[in-house]
Design a protein around this ligand. Structure first.
Ligand code: SF4
Ligand code: SF4
Length: 203
């Protein structure tokens, strides 16, 4: 397996897919516009990032772009072990790898809540760069100043514009990653997605 940076470059080039930042540009701009009106998350306890309300799932390309933003290629053995341990403890702590039994059938489509391993308490909030954040996280914002999670919602319009622009190429890229890294899922919770992709790349 080539370095992650080169693997991603090949995926972008082969499939004509714009960069991680360019595909999130509209969502980042919208967030910045809101911040300019003092509508931001800085005083929120992180309702949408904690087990109170977070059940975010991501695609394979989003997982690889998070790994790249963390520069996992540069991790030494102890950093890689600490990273895997952090993801594993979230997965096991919230039983994210155990399917919900509905009484009639097991359904992997049912999502569980968990506190995101990248959430930092207080005003620090999300530890990921905006250029690598999950689309769903970028598109979920408050509506008023100091909203603190009361009326936050997804900006469906901007999310759909983003999807319309990139979905067909992302579908091809995700299919290629799933095949090459032998991933059995289309979308997965953040820690399990990162664990699976990191194990496929670095084991
Ligand atoms: S990636 Fe960031 S914004 Fe998304 S759930 Fe995790 S901490 Fe919150
Ligand atoms: S989007 Fe809403 S719930 Fe999530 S951190 Fe920002 S203010 Fe809090």
């Amino acid at each position: 397996m080539p370095e992650l940076k080169n693997y991603l470059s090949d995926l972008y080039e082969t499939n004509g897919l714009p960069s991680s930042h360019d595909r999130r540009f509209a969502l980042i701009k919208e967030m910045e516009l809101l911040e300019g009106k003092t509508i931001h998350c800085f005083t929120c306890p992180g309702t949408c990032c904690t087990s109170q309300a977070n059940s975010m799932q991501i695609t394979p390309i989003e997982a690889l772009e998070i790994l790249q933003s963390l520069q996992v290629d540069q991790f030494d053995n102890s950093q890689m072990s600490a990273f895997k341990e952090r993801m594993t403890s979230t997965v096991s702590g919230y039983r994210l790898n155990v399917e919900i039994y509905t009484g009639k059938k097991n359904s992997s489509a049912l999502r569980k809540n968990y506190t995101c391993p990248f959430f930092n308490n207080g005003s620090l909030g999300c530890g990921l760069s905006r250029s690598a954040k999950p689309y769903g996280c970028l598109g979920f914002n408050p509506k008023t100043s100091d909203d603190n999670g009361q009326t936050c919602s997804s900006n469906i319009e901007v999310l759909e514009v983003r999807e319309h622009s990139f979905q067909s190429k992302e579908d091809l890229v995700n299919a290629q990653i799933r095949k090459e890294l032998n991933l059995p899922w289309i979308k997965q919770n953040i820690p399990q997605a990162l664990l699976d992709t990191a194990l496929a790349l670095y084991n």
